[in-house]
Design a binder for this molecule. Structure first.
Ligand code: WT7
Length: 667
């Protein structure tokens, strides 16, 4: 760990060590919990294959049941490789065949209030999926053909994903907040031949122009031959004859049945991009049988899913949380879920509480950044609603600060609902470290224990386990069914990024952690040049290379500043090209530039125009000093800098922007 990171981690540990409150499950919750046998941890650990084979047989319906469990040829694995199944049949057909077609799969809640709210049953969803799958086939799309999906939070996104799964066409969902360039790159690099999008999406009462952005994106992705366009707002959008087709016309006349062809367990289900330490996003590959097993089991046990529950994961389907815990896990478990289209603060900060009350939501899963926004909005918003249907809360995306945890417990959970703090990643497919709510005592700020069958450890630089209480690198030392199999067409990067630091058998997620004396895990944030903004990963280099594409910029350096709401926020320093004058307007323009080129989530807190960047004599930017500046710490060792005065100037400018002096008391 670098000096600055270590200092930050130690400061975080100090805070967390003072956090001593413990929240054991109530006797009532524990006695009724889905996962109630403490022996499951030992059993899974002692017989990994036996455990997962048993789970997959119990949770899924295989066309050819697997005899094989794990095949581990480090760092590559397969699970259930001799089995075959269809993912969409596991999420839909078998429930309908079992007489549960009338059960609601999703309560769709549209952002414009009461406008298009509707309940979609498993039978409805199956029929829609079949029609869309037939239409895909009609277009010549089949097994192995990549389909891009660029949509808002509408049920049709789940329909399209499941239709792809039904015919074995891997989907690549791109979050609807991404720019044309980001979308184009993701489509081009995965060779998508079809893009499914919508006219516009509703967001904060406004309209997000998805189709227009998609048009610009496919200029960069020549493999895309067709676009299917869902009408959501009804806006007049350009449609190109022969290339673009309305969703309604696309499925018109298609049969509402469609055979679900069994796929081999290791068939690619989807790829999903995430940021890494280079400018090129990584397309993480997940396959069928292992992934579906893992998300189904983790979903039911961690969220304590019972048949009459109304479960709500308030994430976006465009991120892995939505893939695993809005679509695949919940549907495999025949769960009733809420699917909310819009912004949590629209039209008022009580929108979520209104939905929970109205639909009788039992489990609610969200991110710390949103909890902090709710804290800021004030406890009167949840207090105005009856939240007594809730019986469990979840958190994901970044470490949850103990204060936010306790607020969540008190004001949302009514001091009654266990909170599961779930640590995982796009790469892991599903939750890796979290309490099982009926078995494990929660501690605010700790994700607690690895899921049954997962072995995690905290290592030092050299790969030795560190003593309890000390910070180090989190590692996972054994494969699990939901593990990513590779990076799309870039296996070399899969090996070097994740399985080189401690050898091919140990997965290196890039997070710092410590274990306490009881073995519980406390996550300490990223240890690489990747930041976590509102639970979304962004890489410094992605921001830097975007900035230098601007004609005014000669050089750029990006870092992360702490932010009370979003966790971290990007902060960028730029050197201008000769002849360009610094100005507030230009700084603002560069901020917007990033917003346009990558997406709004990447828009930095500030772009600071500087005369020079802190560099070593050999010309390398000293990133730890940028971090010190952004975090407002005393500067570390500056003796190896070419010009130590440079960093002082950076610090002065940054403090002026991020930490303006408080006005004198009484003003
Ligand atoms: C990174 C993964 C998993 C879905 C959302 C983000 C951070 C995630 C936690 C948690 C502490 C967490 C980690 C991880 N993270 N959950 N409960 N406690 N940190 O997926 O974009 O792949 O990001 O998010 O730093 O590496 P992702």
């Amino acid at each position: 760990m670098g000096e600055a990171t270590r200092e930050a981690a130690e400061a975080a540990i100090d805070v967390l060590l003072q956090e001593r409150r413990e929240f054991p499950p109530s006797a009532e919750f524990a006695s009724g919990a889905v996962a109630s046998d403490p022996g499951v941890y030992e059993r899974a650990d002692a017989d990994l294959d036996g455990f997962w084979l048993e789970q997959t047989r119990e949770f899924l319906t295989w066309a050819t049941p697997p005899a094989q469990g794990l095949d581990w040829d480090p760092p590559h694995c397969t699970w259930f490789a001799d089995g075959a199944l269809n993912v969409s049949a596991n999420c839909l057909d078998r429930h309908v065949e079992a007489g549960r077609g009338d059960k609601v799969a999703y309560h769709f809640v549209s952002e414009p209030e009461d406008e298009d709210d509707r309940a979609i049953t498993y039978a409805d969803l199956l029929a829609d999926v079949c029609r869309f799958a037939n239409a895909l086939r009609g277009l010549g799309i089949g097994k192995g053909d990549v389909v891009g999906l660029y949509m808002g939070m509408v049920p049709e996104l789940a329909v399209a994903m499941l239709a792809c799964a039904r015919i074995g066409a891997p989907h690549v969902v791109v979050f609807g907040g991404f720019s044309a360039e980001a979308l184009g790159e993701r489509l081009e690099s995965t060779g998508a031949s079809l893009l499914v999008t919508q006219d516009e999406a509703w967001r904060k009462g406004g309209r997000v122009p998805l189709k227009v952005t998609a048009d610009a994106a496919i200029e960069l992705a020549p493999t895309v031959e067709h676009m299917v366009v869902l009408r959501r707002t009804g806006a007049d959008v350009p449609m190109q004859d022969g290339r673009d087709v309305d969703w309604a016309a696309f499925v018109d006349g298609q049969a509402d049945t469609c055979p679900a062809e069994p796929m081999e367990a290791e068939h690619m289900l989807f790829a999903l991009h995430t940021s890494g330490t280079t400018a090129k996003p990584k397309a993480v590959v997940h396959t069928s049988g292992g992934y579906l097993t893992y998300v189904a089991v983790t979903h039911r046990w961690i969220f304590d899913i019972k048949d009459d529950d109304v479960y709500w994961c308030a994430a976006d389907i465009g991120w892995v949380t939505g893939h695993s815990y809005i679509v695949y896990g919940p549907l495999a478990n025949c769960t009733t879920g809420v699917l909310y289209e819009g912004d949590p603060m629209y039209p008022a900060p009580d929108r979520h509480w209104d939905i929970i009350e109205r639909y009788g939501v039992t489990q609610y899963y969200t991110a710390p950044t949103l909890i902090r926004a709710f804290i800021k909005a004030g406890p009167e918003h949840p207090a105005g609603h009856d939240l007594s249907s809730l019986r469990l809360l979840g958190s994901v995306g970044e470490p949850i600060n103990p204060e936010a945890w306790v607020w969540y417990w008190k004001y949302i959970g009514g001091e009654r609902c266990p909170i599961v703090d779930t640590w995982w990643q796009t790469e892991t497919g599903g939750i890796m470290i979290s309490s099982l709510p009926g078995l494990v005592t929660a501690k605010p700020g700790s994700a607690t224990r690895p899921f049954p069958g997962i072995r995690a450890a905290v290592f030092d630089e050299r790969g030795n386990p560190v003593a309890p209480g000390s910070g180090g690198y989190l590692t996972i030392t054994r494969p699990w069914p939901g593990m990513f199999r590779t990076l799309y067409q870039d296996d070399e990067r899969y090996v070097s990024n994740y399985f080189s630091r401690y050898g091919h058998s140990t997965y290196f997620p890039g997070d710092g952690a410590r274990q306490d004396a009881e073995g519980d895990f406390w996550l300490l944030g990223r240890v690489d040049d990747v930041m976590n903004v509102s639970g979304h990963r962004l890489s410094t280099i992605e921001l830097e290379s975007t900035l230098v594409e601007h004609p005014a910029v000669a050089e750029a350096a990006a870092t992360a500043a702490p932010d009370p709401l979003t966790g971290q926020t990007p902060l960028c320093f730029v050197l201008l090209r000769a002849g360009r004058e610094p100005s507030d307007e230009l700084a603002a323009e560069l901020r917007e530039w990033i917003g346009e080129k990558i997406g709004k989530i990447a828009r930095p807190k500030a772009v600071i125009i500087v005369d020079d960047l802190p560099k070593t004599r050999s010309g390398k930017i000293m990133r730890r000093l940028l971090k010190d500046v952004a975090e407002g710490h005393e500067l570390g060792d500056t003796t190896t800098l070419r010009d130590p005065a440079v960093v002082e100037d950076l610090k002065r400018q940054t403090d002026a922007v991020l930490r303006p002096k408080d006005p004198p008391a009484g003003v």
